[in-house]
Design a binder for this molecule. Structure first.
Ligand code: GLC
Length: 449
């Protein structure tokens, strides 16, 4: 009887613990994500062998299905060093990375029991490439993101718009006559997702391809429920119809600040995968500016690399990661202790605020002339300095009518040329107390001093 009571209490405690975990709110799940600032997106797959478009080259009939899949024979991963990747990501200040575990082409980078179309069985790599990636990220204390395309252009139960041979032999799934082809496909997708979730416990699932079917067809709501049951802390991007946790603008930086948590994903050249003939790389300064614009609007930048089939990262891409990392290291306080900045109208450029809103960080993309101007700040200013060099800048408040709560402008001395950063200079404005903004349209000063 006594034992029975103890067991009942234990069962109750464990059950409580589980339901407490399940009850994490979206905001709680997003906590790490909202402060992450930088993630590295990794598109690694067969397409790097010929240097063609990831999966889409097949869809657009630029290559036949068989020729596309034949690339697998040269997907060696022979110099794959996930620990070096993770160290590099850590060094540049990234807090997470997202790897394509399965793109629209259906090729799995992990040891899946649901299809033979995986790198262990079809490529000279002959091993699970996701497992060591996850282990390496964890070792560096980075969050693990797994990209998974809901679309599968290889699965025989998934209709495609290009000629494709019979691929049934790649899928060990039993016929299950009572299921329709689509139900069978969903079972397959669910199986792979549960496998990924149970094996790797990702912090983030990055879905793609939801546009090909409706929310009902994907059973999006029940999929989201399952993901949270399997792994109550997981964060899900927006491409699960309306069931994502944050929005995912892609390639074009948002002009208006998005609502809620968000992440901007961007390629370094014009392609996601390794594409050596595409040399249209964005200059380092553009990548750094973009990063600043994104964090100033409260988002994260998910910057893409496309490793070669042997697992090495092209020099142009490493250089860009390093350049961003150097800039971040120099401006760490403004990056990691900050959140979205002032609303539009106070400063001509991106800004960030520290968490308790006693510091404003002003980003200068170009060398300033005459003076730097900041408008509508009610607070007294303690000090102003250049982040990195620590040069103190003098300042003067001009105009306004403080006794009527109409602040004038703050005229800030421009930094010495040697203290201007070659990419983006950050000026730290320290206030006496938490930010009080003037957001008025201006009115007559009724009471004169
Ligand atoms: C688009 C493309 C896909 C790519 C993804 C990255 O959805 O279809 O190929 O992987 O963008 O965000």
């Amino acid at each position: 009887m006594k034992y029975f009571k103890i067991i009942t209490v234990l069962v109750f405690l464990v059950a409580n613990q589980i339901s407490a975990q399940e009850k994490l709110t979206k905001e709680e799940r997003l906590e790490w994500f909202k402060d992450a600032k930088l993630g590295v997106f990794i598109h690694w797959g067969y397409y790097g062998v010929k240097g063609i478009g990831e999966s889409w080259s097949m869809y657009h009939k630029r290559i036949s299905y068989d020729d596309y899949m034949a690339q697998g024979k040269e997907f060696t991963a022979k110099n794959y060093d996930p620990e070096a990747w993770a160290k590099l990501f850590k060094k540049i200040g990234a807090r997470y990375a997202v790897l394509t575990t399965k793109h629209h082409d259906g090729v799995a980078l992990w040891d899946t029991k649901f299809s033979h179309l995986n790198v262990l069985e079809k490529t000279p790599a002959k091993r699970d490439l996701v497992a060591p990636f996850v282990a390496a990220l964890r070792k560096e204390n980075l969050k693990v993101g797994l990209y998974y395309s809901l679309i599968d252009w290889s699965h025989p139960d998934y209709d495609v718009v290009f000629p494709r041979p019979n691929t049934r032999k790649n899928y060990p799934q039993k016929k299950q006559n009572q299921l329709s082809p689509w139900q069978r496909f969903l079972k397959f997708n669910n199986g792979q997702l549960k496998e990924l979730s149970d094996t790797f416990k990702p912090d983030l699932f990055w879905f793609d391809g939801d546009w090909e079917k409706s929310s009902e067809q994907w059973r999006a709501q029940s999929l989201k429920d399952s993901l949270l049951t399997w792994n109550p802390k997981v964060v899900v991007n927006s491409r699960l119809k309306t069931y994502g946790d944050y929005s995912t603008p892609e390639q074009g930086i948002p002009v208006v600040r998005p609502d809620g948590a968000w992440e901007f994903c961007m390629t370094m050249n014009d392609n996601w995968g390794y594409f050596p003939s595409d040399t249209n790389y964005k200059p380092k300064s553009q990548i750094i500016r973009t990063f600043v614009e994104v964090i100033a609007s409260g988002g994260n930048l998910l910057l893409n690399i496309g490793p070669k089939p042997d697992g090495t990262i092209a020099k142009e891409q490493v250089e860009r990661l390093e350049a961003l990392g150097d800039w971040i290291r120099k401006h760490e306080t403004a990056v990691f202790n900050s959140k979205a900045g002032l609303p539009y109208g106070h400063f001509y450029g991106p800004t960030m605020l520290n968490k308790d809103e006693t510091k404003i960080y002003l980003a200068l993309f170009d060398a300033p002339k005459n003076y730097i101007s900041l408008k509508g700040i009610q607070n007294k200013v303690k000090s102003i300095k250049v982040v990195g060099s620590n040069q103190e800048l003098s300042f003067e408040r001009n105009g306004g009518a403080a006794w009527n709560n109409i602040p004038g402008i703050l005229r800030i001395e421009i930094p010495q040329e040697k203290n201007l950063d070659p990419n983006v200079t950050i000026i730290e404005v320290e206030l006496e107390d938490a930010l009080k903004l003037y957001r008025g349209h201006g009115n007559a000063v009724e009471l004169n001093k």
